[in-house]
Design a protein around this ligand. Structure first.
Ligand code: NI
Length: 162
């Protein structure tokens, strides 16, 4: 089982780097990330959350197949936005409504190294954006009202054993 790093760990704020090659090490990482995602009952996980600074994330949203996004780029976002309560395996116990574009077009490579373009909407679009943010060191709490963020972070550190 991979250890999931949590808020306060500097690594979460780092910019991930391009995956140069889909070799065996990367495949093992992807497999282990899916194991962790299922174990923690999450719907998305970025490599940085398990301590790897590769630009890759996985999703497994209910009703959708498991997906791997290597070196993803968000090509387009819809003007329509939607608000939805988000959480993050790296900030356990914290949830907040986040406003994001309802649809995105994302381009990436899958686990076989094949390029694809995906038009995602609703929950999948949200997870893609949330995980993509992780690759740039951005957390969902960065996208909420600063006063609310301050309160949630204070609660988090009060509740979490350091
Ligand atoms: Ni997250």
């Amino acid at each position: 089982m991979l250890n999931i790093i949590t808020l306060g760990d500097e690594q979460l704020r780092k910019h991930s780097i391009l995956v140069p090659d889909l070799n065996g090490t990367v495949h093992t990482l992807i497999e282990q990330m899916f194991e962790s995602l299922r174990e923690y009952k999450g719907i998305g996980l970025a490599a940085v959350q398990v301590g790897s600074l590769y630009r890759l994330f996985i999703t497994e949203v209910g009703g959708d197949k498991p997906r791997v996004f290597v070196n993803p780029e968000i090509l387009e976002t819809s003007l329509e936005q939607a608000s939805y309560e988000e959480g993050c395996l790296s900030i356990p116990g914290v949830e907040a409504d986040v406003l994001r574009p309802q649809r995105v077009r994302v381009q990436a490579w899958n686990e076989k190294g094949r390029p694809f373009t995906l038009d995602a909407e609703d929950l999948l679009a949200r997870v893609v954006q949330h995980e993509f943010d992780h690759l740039n060191g951005v957390l969902f709490i960065d996208r909420i009202d600063p006063k609310k963020r301050e309160r949630l972070v204070r609660q988090y550190y009060t509740a979490a054993p350091l």
